[in-house]
Design a protein around this ligand. Sequence first.
Ligand code: SF4
Length: 80
Amino acid sequence: MEKNITPKYTNREITIVWQPSVCIHSTICWKQATGLPAVFNSKERPWIKPTEASSAEIEAQVKKCPSGALTYYYDNGGGK
Ligand code: SF4
């Protein structure tokens, strides 16, 4: 992967943007108790699979990211 490219993951409805340099590895997004491990799994590649949950679930999870590393937008222009 080229430097300065911010990875994006879409299910064609919602796009998750992850900024690795901002992530503080809080584990909130991928731990069973606090996260959405079907979507966020740091042991797999790609580590974000946006097709494994509803867009509403993804939106709610992204909003819990404490560092702001995760953001999202709706592909139809809504959201944030
Ligand atoms: S919740 Fe945010 S800061 Fe924590 S591991 Fe996930 S992306 Fe990184």
